[in-house]
Structure formats: C-alpha cells, structure tokens
Design a protein around this ligand. Structure first.
Ligand code: HEM
Length: 253
C-alpha cells in the first residue's frame, strides 16, 4: 500500500534581486540604527559598550557615515530601477496606493468587528504593506537629506544660500526623531508581522526563499493568485494538498 505524501505547493513571490536588496537593507539599516542610536543615547551603558567596541566615538561616526553612503546608494538604485521598470512597463505598479487600499482598510475593520462575513480581498501588496513600504522610501529619503546636511553643513549653504540658519538644528531634530520612529516601526511592526504574527510564526521565509505557499497566497493575496494563475477562487476555498511547485513570472514591482 503506497503512502500518500502531502506536500505544500509553492508560488514564486520575489526575484533574486529583491531578496538580495532586502538583506542588504536590513544589514545597513541595523548598522545605522546601532551606531546612530549609540550616539543619541551616549550616556547609556549599552551605548558606551557599542562605541568602545567600535574603537571610540570617531570610528563609530565613521562607521555610521560609511553605512549612510551605502544606504544612499541602495535607496537611489531602488528608486531608479523602480522608475525604469515602470516606464518600460517591465512590471506592474503594484506598490502604488489606490482607492481600493482605503476601502480594503474599511472592509477589514468591518470584518474584525464582526460586521461583515469576509476580509478584504487584496492583491500583490495589501494596504499595510504599502504603508510600510512608502514609510521606508519617504523616511529613507528624509534620513539621507538630513544626514547629508549634518555631514556637510557649509556645503548646504553654498548650494542654497537662501536657506535660514535654523536648517541645521532642524535637520538634526528630524534625523534623530525619524531614526527613533523608524527603529520602533521596524522592531514593533515589521518584526511582529514577519516573525511573531500567528500567520507566519516562527518566520516568514518568503524573503529568504523567494517563495510563498499557495495556501498563504490564496489567504493573503487572492486577487494576485487569480490574476497570475487565471483560476477563479470559489468563495470558500480550502486549498488541498497538491504536490507540484509552481514558478510564476515575477513581473510585479
Ligand atoms: C536610515 C537610517 C539612519 C538612522 C536610523 C540614523 C540614525 C542616526 C542617529 C540616531 C543619529 C544621532 C543623532 C543625535 O545625536 O541625536 C545620527 C547622526 C548622524 N547621521 Fe544618521 N541615521 C541614518 C541614516 C543616515 C544617513 C543616510 C546619513 C548620511 C548620508 C547619516 C549621517 C549622519 C550624521 C552625519 C550624523 C551626525 C553624527 C556624526 O557626525 O556622525 N545618517 N544618525
């Protein structure tokens, strides 16, 4: 009697470049957060430990600025590659915020309060993922502009002499507070969603393997599933236990 194997079917979610980009961003952001926050909270014992182990305040600042340059390159290439792909129609604008994101958020609230039967049916990225993505892009550009202002204050006035002198303390306040905000969003929101959320615990591996289970895809991104497979989902779909692995074209940004 042959034993029946139950394998999960996987769909491709991220290209290799997206995976490398995410890991590079995670490393560079961690270095920036650690070396930046150690300077902000320099009286704390953990901060002194970090600074001493990096060889003192001068080398800690050097590490922060070097990581800042890498972060700037990563952000610039991301924006340029995104625009290039969108203009040449190499991928669909799946991160653009549209009216459906707002109605999806309301639909989900109604669902969580027991006022509707089913949650919102989302596409490749849901409204929470778009919110986080744009927070990273806009926040990242803000960190770059304010970081460069703190690094080259005299250059800022040479390039734009009309700017008031308060621009330097304003850049410092923005840089340091946005750093706290970004750090808390990553630690509380992003780590919860990718590690501790019951949907993915103990780890959402999709950004390492580039794949997502068919079950999760149907549950979290039903519209994308229908679009890329050409299959219409029944209202109450319970994914079976099929064996093959499906490779889909990663044509979305
Ligand atoms: C996005 C991630 C970043 C985080 C979380 C971050 C965090 C911080 C923090 C917390 C401080 C200390 C502010 C204070 O003393 O109150 C700081 C200082 C500083 N940051 Fe950043 N930063 C980031 C990106 C950048 C970038 C992209 C650059 C430059 C291109 C940069 C350049 C600087 C400079 C020049 C200082 C002043 C300290 C020094 O002279 O080294 N930072 N950063």
């Amino acid at each position: 009697m042959s034993e029946k194997h139950h394998h999960t079917e996987y769909l491709k979610r991220f290209s290799r470049w997206r995976i490398i980009e995410h890991q590079a961003n995670a490393i560079v952001f961690s270095v920036l957060g650690l070396t930046g926050l150690a300077q902000k909270f320099h009286d704390a014992s953990w901060a002194q430990w970090v600074i001493m182990n990096l060889g003192g305040i001068d080398s800690s600042r050097m590490v922060h600025r070097t990581a800042g340059v890498l972060f700037t390159i990563l952000t610039l290439q991301h924006v340029l590659v995104a625009c290039y792909g969108l203009i040449l129609k190499k991928w669909s604008p799946s991160m653009i915020i549209n009216k459906k994101d707002f109605t999806d958020a309301i639909d989900n609230l109604r669902y969580y309060f027991g006022m509707s039967e089913r949650p919102a049916r989302c596409d490749r990225y849901d409204y929470k993922q778009k919110f986080e993505y744009w927070g990273v892009v806009v926040g990242g550009i803000l960190m770059i502009l304010t970081g460069l202002t703190l690094w080259f204050p005299t250059m800022v006035f040479r390039l734009a002499p009309v700017l008031p002198g308060q621009i330097i303390p304003a850049a410092k306040a923005t840089h340091t507070n946005e750093a706290m905000l970004a750090f808390l969003v990553i630690v509380i929101w992003h780590i919860y969603n990718s590690v501790f959320s019951p949907e993915v615990f103990p780890l959402d591996t999709s950004i390492f393997t580039g794949k997502i289970s068919k079950e999760r895809m149907i549950h979290e991104h039903p519209l994308e599933y229908e679009r890329v497979t050409g299959k219409k989902l029944p209202d109450s779909h319970h994914p079976g236990s099929e064996t093959e692995e499906t490779e889909l074209e990663d044509a979305s940004w």
